[in-house]
Design a protein around this ligand. Structure first.
Ligand SMILES: [Zn+2]
Length: 172
């Protein structure tokens, strides 16, 4: 449940920060548009959007990013509902298939052992293949293909890391 009191306090703070940044009318704006779906490319429809449009605010690294960077990892944010871009999803699927082939009527210790064995059984070649597939999807979207076109092209150019530069001509 949303703590409305706490929420309104936070929005008041956001409005005050915007006033400090020279947006004197910020307190007159609504807190945020419904479901944060702001109209078009406006940046002054609500406090939330206006704050997000501030370059320094936008450029601040998240706690997740700074924690990972401190440990020597980079964080890559992928769009929601696009599991084809994240090859780890295909690795999970592969391991899950192996796991399902094992005995399901065992003790918790055996089940845990089966999970670990299924994950360990994942061949590095398959991981590379899945990673290449995700790279081809990224490449396809960067070249302007939609989801259906990308899926078709990924199948056709199986084994390639990138699609040919002329890929869009194949849809003319
Ligand atoms: Zn808005």
């Amino acid at each position: 449940m949303v703590d409305r009191g706490n929420y309104f306090e936070k929005i008041k703070v956001v409005a005050l920060l915007l006033v400090e940044r020279g947006y004197a009318d910020a307190p007159k704006l609504r807190a945020e548009c419904k479901e944060f779906k702001c109209p078009g490319d406006r940046t002054d429809c609500c406090c939330h959007r206006l704050m997000y449009s501030q370059p320094d605010f936008n450029a601040v690294e998240s706690h997740l990013e700074s924690s990972c960077r401190a440990r020597g990892f980079d964080v890559i944010f992928l769009p929601k509902f696009h599991c084809e871009l994240n090859f780890i999803e295909q690795c999970w699927g592969f391991a899950k298939r192996l796991y399902r082939m094992k005995d399901q009527l065992s003790s918790e210790v055996v089940l845990e052992h089966n999970v670990i064995r299924s994950l360990d059984a994942m061949p590095i070649q398959s991981m590379r293949r899945f990673a290449n597939r995700s790279l081809r999807f990224i490449d396809a979207y960067q070249k302007g293909l939609n989801g259906v076109q990308a899926a078709w092209a990924i199948k056709k150019y199986r084994g390639h890391r990138v699609l040919p530069e002329s890929i869009m001509r194949e849809f003319d």
